[in-house]
Design a protein around this ligand. Structure first.
Ligand code: ADP
Ligand code: MG
Length: 698
């Protein structure tokens, strides 16, 4: 068997390959572009393109593509071959610096929310040299950003890179104030833990709801669910283990640091976590991971479900976005240091995050809002839709001591004076206990747990980076002008704690009493659905913050708000249409067929002996008949709701109508159909049951 180190990154044009295949001069200048964003000379670009092509062709590639992340939420690619005709009638393989740097996909069919008129449909893609090119199948993929000719972002990567730059700029100002002159840049790192379900492909194929929408729209809870807690961290079944083994290999070849894998809470649910990396790379890698997860599953006769809620009544899937900030020297700014000064700096960065999360709860909430994630957040599942933070008892006690100017009662009593005392060592285990918090401090990073499993992590990190950049800016503005730095610092940290402690909650986030306290006593926001939170993207304070840091322009924000609401509407309309088709063409006929068989049985029995009552058959036929009538009524109601929907033009009104009328009507139709499933003979039921789907992969 080949060792992992022998093939790790074998499909990536990474630093090792660059060093080996580029002249020292070209390598140095590319490195400068990667490390500090220096402008790339066309001569250098040509040399890089040539080396990239040579390497790619050697590794079996025939095509290249600019690989980008439009607002559809998935990645896009358009393949061009390297071939170019040669005078002798043959071909040569060519790839220029110009082709590497810029691409012009015909992009008229990507959502743009009105940013790009169709007559000038050609947006362009621009190479992101900080994320390595890689080979997928026979294609060299070049990670790129996607913009309109007016320079407006049409993707998720552009604003992500802008938000990283905004945070870098403000964090450097703070570090200078603490006397850190050597730091060249501050980057955010992310390690996204990815949850997913694995089910049998043959069963999946029999369910139109899974095929069209990624989730089951009908289905009765199986006799056994997750109540025994016997799946979480349980022994991995052989078929799943074989899948994970191949998945890891494929990811490792692509240089993705797949690290941890285990069974999750729900039956058939699993998790994969990579080792963290710089945010834009982590984002690219997470998109690739989701793609490869699905691809490898097919090879094993399985389907990988990434939907946030594939099964009602069973835990849904999310993504835990582990986030931190670090300097180019690798110093984690969210790690309490060894000296009083480092501690003070840590506390300031910590406060910046606390302030950011409190001030921009709405942005964080809406950054993870999708039709799919609405089934988790705000429904009967953790985390709740209310954004709050968990810091752990020890850190909390330190903050309280600072706020109230009282001694901190750690192992010994100390008066907390910033810049003088060393913070007590926090035991990682004590900070990591709370599993229900939407935003938890886990020792040296924050874990944002609201992201949906199928969503790109870009949006959440754009908002997080920008909001923290804003806190840091406010701090830097004040501190740069302060006469006494230490006093000003101490005062500012105290003020942050005082003003924003309402966002800190160390209790159980599953608890209903918390929601009551959060909303009624603390005034925290509780936006339970996508239509409820999305319009806040355009709230004045949010537009002001995001435009001032040049993360979004106002028109980009407007278009994104529209696209997100459109996505929400389209998703649910597809679900509703799928339900209607299933109910009318498969469920109703199944119920009728079974009723007919029962009636026939009763008639046959009576023909044999007229005295037989056939109570069982006739009462069940009556019941089935009543259920069929109710399914027909509920189907019609849903159809009418869909017709009415077409009359609303305004996207916000439409999204609200979908949530308040269509979704409710879908719920009612599901209820009667699920009732039908419980009384219809299994051989008549057209679909594999929840039990079949959840317990068949061995
Ligand atoms: P768990 O949350 O299950 O206890 P860990 O805390 O070890 O697991 O790691 C979860 C994820 O957090 C992993 O992807 C890991 O690489 C990532 N992570 C660890 N340290 C950091 C950091 N400083 N910044 C960002 N992510 C990190
Ligand atoms: Mg974790």
């Amino acid at each position: 068997m080949k060792s992992v180190s022998s093939y790790f990154g074998s499909l990536v044009f990474d630093d090792r390959v660059m060093k080996a295949n580029l002249s020292a001069e070209v390598y140095q200048s590319l490195r400068k572009t990667i490390d500090v964003g220096a402008k790339l000379d066309i001569k250098v670009a040509n040399a890089v393109a040539e080396a990239m092509k040579e390497w790619a062709v050697e590794n079996g590639a025939t095509h290249y593509t600019h690989w980008f992340q439009p607002l559809t939420g998935i990645t896009a690619e358009k393949h061009d071959s390297f071939i170019s005709p040669s005078p002798d009638g043959g071909v040569i393989m060519e790839f220029s610096g110009k082709e590497l740097i810029k691409g012009e996909p015909d992009a008229s069919s990507f959502p743009s929310g009105g940013l790009r008129a169709t007559f000038e449909a050609r947006g362009y893609t621009a190479w992101d040299p900080t994320s390595y090119a890689f080979i997928k199948g026979k294609t060299l993929c070049i990670p790129t950003a996607f913009c309109s000719y007016g320079g407006e972002a049409l993707d998720k990567k552009t604003p992500l890179l802008r938000s990283m730059e905004a945070l870098n700029k403000q964090a450097l100002r703070i570090l200078r104030l603490f006397g850190n002159e050597d730091v060249k840049c501050v980057r955010t790192s992310v390690g996204p833990e990815q949850e997913y379900f694995l089910i049998d492909k043959e069963m999946y194929d029999k369910r139109p709801d899974l095929r069209y929408t990624g989730r089951t729209l009908f289905g009765v809870k199986p006799p056994k669910g997750q109540e025994m807690d016997d799946h979480y961290f349980g022994v991995i079944k052989p078929r799943v283990a074989a899948y994970m083994e191949e998945l890891n290999e494929e990811l490792w070849k692509l240089g993705i640091l797949a690290k941890t894998e285990h069974n999750e809470v729900a039956p058939a649910q699993h998790e994969l976590a990579p080792i963290y990396s710089t945010t834009n790379i982590a984002t690219d890698h997470n998109q690739l991971t989701m793609e490869i997860m699905q691809k490898v599953a097919t090879k094993h006769g399985l389907v990988c479900l990434l939907h946030e809620k594939p099964f009602a009544g069973v835990n849904g899937s999310g993504k835990h976005n582990n986030w931190s900030m670090a300097t180019d020297a690798g110093v984690n700014l969210l790690s309490p240091g060894e000296t009083p000064y480092e501690n003070a700096q840590f506390l300031l960065f910590l406060c910046a995050v606390i302030k950011a999360v409190d001030d921009y709860q709405d942005l964080l909430r809406l950054s993870v809002a999708t039709a799919g994630n609405d089934h988790r957040l705000g429904a009967n599942e953790a985390p709740p839709a209310v954004v709050s933070m968990f810091l752990g008892d020890e850190l909390n006690a330190v903050l309280e001591a600072i706020e109230k100017d009282i001694p901190y009662e750690g192992t010994e009593k100390t008066q907390m004076k910033l810049g003088v005392n060393v913070l007590p060592k926090f035991n990682r285990d004590t900070t990591d206990r709370n599993r229900t918090s939407p935003f938890a401090f886990t020792g040296n990073k924050f874990e944002f747990r609201m992201v949906g499993s199928s969503d790109s992590i870009a949006c959440a990190n754009i908002m997080l980076n920008s909001a923290v950049a804003e806190s840091l800016k406010i701090y830097a503005d004040r501190l740069e002008k302060a006469e006494n730095f230490e006093d000003a610092l101490h005062e500012m940290i105290r003020k942050t704690i005082k003003d924003h402690k309402k966002i800190i909650f160390n209790g159980n986030g599953y608890d209903d009493t918390w929601i009551k306290e959060a909303t009624e006593k603390r005034g925290l926001l509780n936006y339970r659905t996508t239509p409820a939170c999305m319009p806040h993207l355009l709230a004045e304070k949010n537009v002001k913050m995001l435009t001032s840091h040049k993360v979004f322009s106002e028109s980009e924000l407007k278009s994104r708000c529209e696209i997100m609401l459109e996505n929400y509407c389209k998703t649910i309309v597809i679900e509703a249409n799928t339900m209607l088709s299933m109910a009318k063409t498969e469920i109703l006929p199944a119920v009728e067929a079974y009723a007919y068989e029962l009636a026939k049985t009763a008639a046959t029995k009576k023909a044999l002996d007229a005295g037989l009552a056939c109570v069982y058959e006739s009462s069940l036929v009556k019941k089935l008949s009543s259920i069929a009538d109710r399914i027909a009524i509920k189907t019609e109601e849903l159809e009418n709701a869909m017709v009415d929907l077409c009359k609303t033009e305004d996207i916000i009104a439409q999204a609200n109508a979908i949530r308040d009328i269509v979704l409710v009507s879908m719920g009612e139709l599901r209820l009667v159909c699920d009732e039908a499933e419980t009384v219809t003979a299994k051989k008549y039921w057209p679909y594999p049951s929840y039990g079949d789907l959840l317990f068949s992969v061995r």
